[in-house]
Write a new protein. Sequence first.
Lengths: 195, 351
Amino acid sequence: MGAIRDYFGNISSALTTAAKGMRITWRYFKHEPPITIQYPRERVEPPPSYRGLHILQQDKCIDCHLCAKACPVDCIEIEAIHHGRTLEWKQFSIDYKKCIFCEFCIPVCPVDCIHMTSEYELATEDPDGMVEDLLTWTGLRPEDQRAVEAAVNKKKGVAAPATIESAKGAPEPGSAEDKAAKIAAIKARLKKGSA
Amino acid sequence: MTSLIAFFEGLGLEGVLALSAAYALCIASLLGFITVYAMFAIWMERKVAAHIQVRYGPMETGAWHGWAQSVADAVKLLFKEDLIPPEGNKFLFWIAPAVVFCGVFAGFIAIPFAEGMQIVDLHLGVFFIMAIASVEVIGVIMAGWASNSKYSLFGAVREAAQVVSYEIPAATALLVPILVVGSFRLGDFNAFQADHGWLVLYNPFLTVAALIYFISSLAGCKRAPFDLPEAESELVSGFHTEYSGMRFSFFFLEEYASMFVAAALTATLFFGGWNLFPWGGGWEPAPLAPVILISKIFFFIFVQMWLRWTLPRLRVDQVMAMGYKYLVPWAFVCLIGAAWFEYMGWGGLFS
């Protein structure tokens, strides 16, 4: 009798499991909204600890080369001439062909002047453009500079001098304007870098 | 068809010329229909798959939900290099896609989309479709052999074993409505179901036979969970591993065209054809008939896709066991049971 019970058991289990599976896939088909996003038009906001492109607060930097020494792949090139306490900057560049985004350069900085943003769109058509001169930030418009400051503050979890800055018209960190400014800044910088 | 010939004779063409013109027009329109349908079905398959897997699927090509994705794919396939394995049999390799496609293409000529709207009104319509669809297996074996590749050959052998095995339950299950209606002509099924309601509800054996035919037709179309001939995880892509470009697209076209034929047979023989409601019909206006039939066909194509993304692929022995141990005996039970019901004069829920 066991064989016969197995035979009919197989039939009923085949039908019931197929029906159950079809019910599950129908639920996904009909009711679950897609969890993927349409990338170029929709973007994921990376977490605050995301390790993206670097930014440098040039006025704070003391040319100590600790970040370059900490770098496991030697992708940071620094060159400055000291005139007493003032520095004449020649170069502070990161070669993103080498960079492994390990973030070793960030905690060693004694004056906390180098940071990593959450900018992740690093694709370029020009490999030479991947050596980024962080000094070009200083050539940014004031509002872009403020966006960088805001990004740094957000990165560090500092609630920014929001009241004062926003009174001056700086975009709220994480807001749409802030994002737009950041993207504009990155684009401008990439253009300069590859030129 | 006869009306088309009369139309061309009215234009002043002689007998043979009018006949050739009518056939040429039919074949051209059928080819156009199959191509457009296959493009739509491929897009639909990708969208159904995507939404079942909680994705979007193609969204960029064409403005609305990637509708032009299949067109773009077709253009790509047209311009791809046509590779022929140097060690293979060139002639068989060259002719196999045509043989495969011809089998399914010929099946289309017997499908009635409405009263009189079919290319040839065959008295053995069901038999013809079943018989001509088997030609496809020869083409697949040709393709597998001519490719000179172990994956292709394995795929072709699996295809042959599977399709030949599943033709037994499919044909036996199709005999059940034929027994009830008493005709092989597809138009007669529509007329019968207009009077008596859908055959799937006519008696319980027909319900089971419809299920058996649907499962067997899945195997006949090489659709999941019976997609062993092109099992991607085992055989690269089975019998068409070595094919590229336009020849590959013929296999693709064939798969979707055979899905259409199988769905059309299911809809016509069991689910009322162009009769809209399960309790019969005949009152639907004639222009609506193809719309009703094609929407039913697309429903069954959707179920085929739905099943594909629900069930995992069976093992070879499981496929064979399912065919011979479960479907064949039950198809015969249905045949004998339906004959008994007919003899006793039972059945006919709505007649």
